[in-house]
Design a protein around this ligand. Structure first.
Ligand code: GLN
Length: 244
């Protein structure tokens, strides 16, 4: 078994150590004897994405998101759309998450038309939503708790047929109003959680790996790892966030 991981736009979408998610995916595969390759696909590559199994897109500031628009229009947008429609697995964080929706309009009125692969839109507000936060994943994403750090001005509103990734326990999530956080659509996992999200939340990392392996091989069982240290870190951060 092996997974081909694609890190999209690593040179511009990499806030708050989002790249650490790649290390976590790689290591949790390696510790189980499963091979993987990681390829960075940057602006102007014009590469086909059809051979990849798992995609990671990190967060970026408003400026960086605007810079990407040209490249998406030049063809990368269609590559991403085809991979998503083909059931490939995506983890998309913050700015990368916003990119999968219809548009992001900054609070001063600049509108970025995005991919519209998932039915949601994002509009900037004057006050930023910043801080450590926690949410519980929906049943379809494993139902475990997730701890992370959010920093966004965009308020995301999901379409009626689209499920959130989880429900906010503490913090803002998608918009600070409806308690939704992120999105789960087909095999796309979108979240506002930086930190990076996966090392702090190994259950989610394994859920995502299993999703990608099942898509490729039909079924997949992941051997348990000794996660004592990771679980302790997760639990202590969770209790700190909840009691803050
Ligand atoms: N620029 C977007 C916002 O502020 C995304 C920020 C991010 O990726 N942290 O909403």
């Amino acid at each position: 078994m092996d997974l081909k991981i694609c890190h999209l736009y690593p040179e511009v979408l990499n806030l708050y150590g989002d790249r650490g998610n790649i290390r976590c995916l790689e290591n949790r595969l390696k510790w189980r004897g499963i091979d993987c390759t990681v390829t960075g696909v940057g602006i102007g590559s014009g590469e086909s994405l059809k051979d990849y199994d798992l995609f990671f897109i990190g967060g970026g500031q408003d400026f960086e998101q605007e810079v990407l628009l040209e490249d998406l229009k030049r063809g990368m947008g269609n590559e991403i759309r085809s991979a998503a429609e083909d059931g490939k697995t995506f983890l998309c964080i913050c700015g990368g998450y916003q990119m999968m929706g219809h548009y992001y309009q900054t609070h001063d009125g600049v509108k970025c038309e995005f991919l519209g692969i998932v039915d949601f839109y994002t509009e900037g507000s004057k006050t930023r939503m910043i801080g450590n936060y926690a949410f519980r994943l929906g049943e379809e994403s494993g139902a475990s708790t997730v701890v992370g750090f959010e920093n966004h001005s965009g308020k995301t509103w999901l379409g009626s047929g689209v499920k959130p990734l989880g429900t906010v326990i503490k913090g803002f999530g998608n918009n600070g109003e409806d308690k939704t956080e992120g999105v789960r659509f087909r095999n796309i996992f979108g979240s506002y959680s930086h930190g990076p999200i996966l090392p702090k939340n190994p259950e989610l990392c394994d859920f995502i790996l299993k999703t990608a392996l099942e898509r490729k091989y039909g079924s997949a069982e992941l051997l348990p790892l000794s996660d004592g240290f990771e679980t302790l870190a997760h639990e202590s951060v969770l209790s700190r966030i909840v009691s803050a």
